[in-house]
Ligand binder design. Structure first.
Ligand code: AQP
Length: 341
């Protein structure tokens, strides 16, 4: 019972299969693990405002993300579910960390450079550069030591550890090293361009709330590679390999819901290749679309139920945020004492 988990998602659009397979799937696994001392999952709305957002819809978008968390399986009896902006200790600690973080650590980060390029250098504000410092504060304010994330966030965990080490050195031992907990689906790629990751704000991926017909259409239109064999080869056939990864990871979750299956089907990558040997991309894609539709069905039903009970959702948030605040303020008090503040 020594793992203290923290992870967050920006309310920057509809959650997609990449968010689930790269992060949330592990959140659920970790919240249920006997090694977990506590698990805190956040909608990081302060991170969300580092890129364009609509103030008219932003609060609703944050609540929509909370609904997604609950519907997909975050259990408020086991985990705390919070909104970042409701716990001001995150930003207070971020300010403290700002004073010990060299700007050069942040300027070299690929995520910063990418976002800057994407915006045609329009969003060159301090918040975008400072994003990893706030992320370090999100994690360390709860003295977390295990962070389930996708591949794109790995560099931010390195910075978190650099900041923690520097703080410990300057003000005394306070933080343990933080480990990234990565999933098999750590980088689900865009369905339109396999050089890019599936994301909320970029190329639209398969959203968890997409209707079955939308999913079928998106899979039908997903790019494939030259040739016609369903073969897993991320270098030579990145697009079909991405689809095979999604198939492989989701069929495991759909299977137990099929009572007809006496012998569980094998679902390793090689078995998938064998199953589709001599078949076309179209046959593979048709099956994949049905696997995704089946996987999302119970989530979508649960989400509809929750939408009718927003009082429950608000109560979960209030209770979680009260508990999280106690942990956060105790860390901040310790830090301020050590710093003579
Ligand atoms: N494609 C992905 N594959 C695996 N994991 C992913 N994550 C995001 N995309 C993938 C992981 O999900 C968590 C939340 O990250 P986020 O809120 O930054 O998600 P996003 O979908 O990437 O959202 P944006 O707003 O569209 O962000 P960017 O700016 O990154 O393009 C993280 O653990 C992330 O690793």
């Amino acid at each position: 019972m020594a793992d203290r988990i923290f992870s967050g998602i920006r309310p920057s659009g509809k959650l997609h299969l990449g968010n689930y397979l790269g992060a949330i799937k592990n959140w659920i696994e970790l919240q249920n693990s006997p090694d977990t001392e506590r698990a805190i999952f956040a909608v990081v709305d302060y991170h969300g405002i580092t890129t364009p957002f609509d103030p008219e819809t932003y609060r609703q978008q944050t609540l929509d993300t909370v609904l997604d968390f609950l519907a997909i399986g975050i259990d408020p009896k086991k985990s705390l579910l919070i909104r970042q902006s409701h716990i001001p200790e995150h930003t207070e600690l971020a300010w403290i960390f700002n004073t010990i973080t060299p700007v050069s650590w942040l300027e070299r980060l690929p995520t910063y450079k990418e976002k800057l390029e994407e915006s045609g250098k329009k969003y060159n504000h301090v918040g975008l550069l400072d994003y990893p410092v706030l992320m370090a504060a999100d994690i360390l304010i709860y003295k977390s030591n295990l962070v389930p994330i996708g591949d794109d966030q790995k560099a931010h965990i390195d910075i978190t550890n650099e900041i923690a080490k520097k703080f410990n050195h300057m003000f005394g031992e306070t933080f343990e090293p933080v480990k990234a907990y990565k999933a098999e689906g750590e980088r689900i790629k865009s369905l339109q361009d396999s050089a890019k990751k599936m994301s909320k704000s970029g190329d639209e991926g398969i959203a968890l709330i997409d209707f079955p017909d939308v999913i079928r259409e998106k899979i039908k239109k997903a790019v494939t590679d030259s040739g016609h064999e369903v073969i897993f080869d991320p270098d030579k056939k990145p697009a079909i390999s991405n689809l095979i990864t999604i198939y492989h990871l989701l069929i495991k979750e759909v299977q137990p819901r099929e009572p007809k299956e006496v012998e569980p089907l094998k679902f390793g990558i090689r078995e998938i290749e064998k199953k589709y040997s001599g078949k076309t991309y179209i046959e593979f894609k048709n099956d994949l679309a049905e696997i995704i539709v089946n996987f999302l069905k119970p989530f979508q039903e649960k989400r509809k139920e929750l939408e009718q009970d927003m009082t429950y959702v608000e109560d979960v948030l209030t209770e979680s945020e009260e508990k999280a605040k106690l942990i956060a303020s105790s860390t901040l008090t310790e830090i301020k004492q050590k710093m003579g503040l």
